[in-house]
Design a protein around this ligand. Structure first.
Ligand SMILES: [Zn+2]
Length: 271
C-alpha cells in the first residue's frame, strides 16, 4: 500500500483501526481512495460528510448548482450563509473544516454526454446522488462501460431506493431499460420530500462506497433496496443481468455517444 499513518491519523481513525474488518490496511486504502459524488444535494450531502469523515483521501464533487434556501431543509452540507454560492464550494469548505486529510476535487459542471466519461475516469467508486433520470442514466452508462463501481440512490416523497453496480454485475439499465415518460415521476420541487429521507439513503450509499474501498461485506449487487420512511421498513428485490442490456450485456455499446439522452427516455439507439 505504501501509505503509513501518522500519529494524528492513528488517533482520528482509531475506531476504524481497532476493528479487524478495517484496521490500518483498510484505513490506508480509504486514504488512498478516490470517490466521486455526483450531486451535492440531498443524497450527496450525507455521502460527502461521511466519506470525508471516514478519510477518503480524494473526494470529487460534481454539481453545477448554487445553494438555494429551500435546499437547506435536507442538503446538510450547506449552511444559511452559503445561499447563492456554488454547491461545490460550499461542500469543499465543509470537508476542509471536517478533515484536512481529504482533497476535494471540484467539478462545477453539468454532467453531459460530452464530459461524463472523462469525469468518472480514474475514480475508484462513484456515488450517484443525482435528482434526475438523464444524469442517472449517464452515470450508469459511463461507469458501467468504464468498469467503475457505483452506488445508485433515488428518493421520492417518503420513499428511497439504493443499489450498487459493480463490473461484471447487472446495471441499473438491466432493471429499468429506459426512463419513465416525462411527468410520470415528479421531482422534489413539485412533490416535496421529507428532509431526513435523503439522509438515510445517502448514508447507505456512503456505506457501500466505504465497504467497496475497504473490500469488506456484501454490496447491494443485483439487489435493489427499497426504504419506506412512513412504514419504517426496508425491503429488497433481486434483479439479474439482462444479456441483451445495451450497456452491460453481451454486445454493449462503445460509448455514451450511442445513447440519445436528449430524448427523455434515455433510450439506446437501435443500430
Ligand atoms: Zn445492464
Amino acid at each position: 500500500m505504501g501509505l503509513s499513518l501518522d500519529a494524528t491519523q492513528l488517533d482520528r481513525y482509531s475506531r476504524h483501526i481497532i476493528m479487524d474488518e478495517v484496521g490500518t490496511d483498510g484505513q490506508a486504502a480509504l486514504l488512498d481512495a478516490s470517490v466521486l459524488v455526483v450531486g451535492a444535494g440531498g443524497l450527496g450531502s450525507p455521502a460527502i460528510q461521511y466519506l470525508a469523515a471516514a478519510g477518503v483521501g480524494t473526494l470529487g464533487v460534481a454539481d453545477d448548482d448554487v445553494v438555494e434556501r429551500s435546499n437547506l431543509q435536507r442538503q446538510v452540507v450547506h449552511g444559511d450563509d452559503d445561499v447563492g454560492r456554488p454547491k461545490v464550494d460550499s461542500a469543499a469548505e465543509f470537508v476542509a473544516d471536517l478533515n484536512p486529510d481529504v482533497t476535494v476535487e471540484r467539478h462545477q459542471t453539468r454532467v453531459e454526454p460530452g464530459n461524463v466519461e472523462e469525469l468518472v475516469d480514474g475514480y475508484d467508486f462513484v456515488v450517484d446522488a443525482t435528482d434526475n433520470f438523464r444524469t442517472r442514466y449517464l452515470v450508469n452508462d459511463a461507469c458501467t462501460l468504464a468498469d467503475v463501481p457505483f452506488s445508485h440512490g433515488a428518493i421520492y416523497k417518503f420513499e428511497g431506493q439504493v443499489t450498487t453496480v459493480t463490473p461484471g454485475g447487472p446495471c441499473y439499465r438491466c432493471l429499468f431499460p429506459e426512463a419513465p415518460p416525462e411527468g410520470m415521476v415528479a421531482d422534489c420541487a413539485s412533490t416535496g420530500v421529507l428532509g431526513v429521507l435523503p439522509g438515510t439513503v445517502g448514508c447507505v450509499q456512503a456505506t457501500e462506497a466505504v465497504k467497496a474501498v475497504v473490500g469488506v461485506g456484501d454490496l447491494l449487487e443485483g439487489r435493489m433496496l427499497f426504504y419506506d420512511a412512513m412504514a419504517m421498513s426496508f425491503e429488497e428485490v433481486e434483479y439479474r443481468q439482462n444479456p441483451d442490456c445495451p450497456v452491460c450485456g453481451e454486445d454493449p455499446i462503445d460509448s455514451v455517444a450511442d445513447v440519445d439522452y436528449a430524448d427523455d427516455s434515455c433510450a439506446v439507439n437501435a443500430d
